[in-house]
Design a protein around this ligand. Sequence first.
Ligand code: LLP
Length: 436
Amino acid sequence: PRHAARGADGAVRLAGADVTALAEQYGTPLFVVDEADFRARCAEHAAAYGDPSLVHYAAKAFLTAETARWVADEGLGLDVCTEGELRTALRGGFPPERITVHGNNKSRHELAAALDAGVGAVVVDSYVEIARLDELARARDVRADVMVRVTVGVEAHTHEFIATAHEDQKFGFSLASGDATEAVRRVLKSPGLHLVGLHSHIGSQIFDADGFELAARRVIGLLAELRDEHGEAVSDALGTVDLGGGMGIAYTTADAPRSPAWMAAELRAIVERESARVGLAPPRIAVEPGRAIAGPGTVTVYEVGTVKDVELGGGARRRYVSVDGGMSDNIRTALYDAHYDCRVVSRTAGTAPPVRSRVVGKHCESGDVVVRDCWLPADLAPGDLVAVAATGAYCYAMASAYNKVPRPAVVAVADGTSRPLLRRETLDDLARLEVG
Ligand code: LLP
């Protein structure tokens, strides 16, 4: 987070709030969200893309009614992919016309809820959905604005991207097979639907524009074909290309993400060049960053419970530091082999050199690792507080109550004060779900 500072006594403050005091007040594990950081990243993306409503924050990264209000205040749009995310946004008073609805298996009920709420657009993902949405829209005597999700055959993660002719995955309509062209034909033939654009999403934690470049080239190539085949009927769809999310962030000092301004300038140059190539006026660019907005400004604070040095043979040892959460509040290390860093936040380190440590959770399985490798004070002891940074995206959102460990609380800090966004789950909450 941008507003983190360590005092002379080693105690860390976040946006002016003392982390140790927060841990005492709310307990641990605790997610602490730097509200100003989150808002600043919204504002930076809005400025970079010229029009805030072209930036749709991806709710899946982290959403509460309150954070939906922050996103709304900053003027951004919102991408939701379930009724749960939609309802949370609406509860926060999010303007429905700025909401885009995603998902490969939207139920009739979810589509009806989206139409009844008056969402901005639905991104259609299958022939079944096109027919389903058309029927629901006609029953309501409305025309639903839709984008067609195109599978462009580009998969990008971090520094690499793979371009394949055909993608073996569940999302979207394949461009290579002709399904994307057919999907557009069906949308244009559906009286309940109005085509407003093409959408592609190529992956996550992307640092360069290369993957986006190939995706944009293919999507714009398709736009040109649609213009040639359908003429005026697709004019609204030529106005905007949605290139999805995936903009990378720094989880550790090894990551060097680009600024929103850099990425936006690259994307604009690519879209201008590719449009010129096929004789189209350059469309507006919409994007859907989740991680890049919610990720960097949040830390997870844990209390150290045990410190154990394990003999590995040949004189090698590994230090295991057990904390009071784990894979239930951060599954990303176990699931994606994600890298994080961990620091002590309740005091200064002793003078001894730090020890390479593995931070593990309290769950009953050995894959329950939070941070695979980090340097922690040699004198780290039970009761010390440690924090893992950049946990704002896909950590709470993917949290579970595995081993009947209740989900942590989430608090927002701003100007030295804190307020809860989510209270800690209790054992009673868990017991209440049981029947009989
Ligand atoms: N738009 C669409 C259509 C998406 O599917 C996603 C992410 C995003 C936008 C936002 O991507 P972002 O900017 O946050 O990378 N749980 C994984 C990430 C899965 C993302 C799925 N879709 C993780 O923890 O890394």
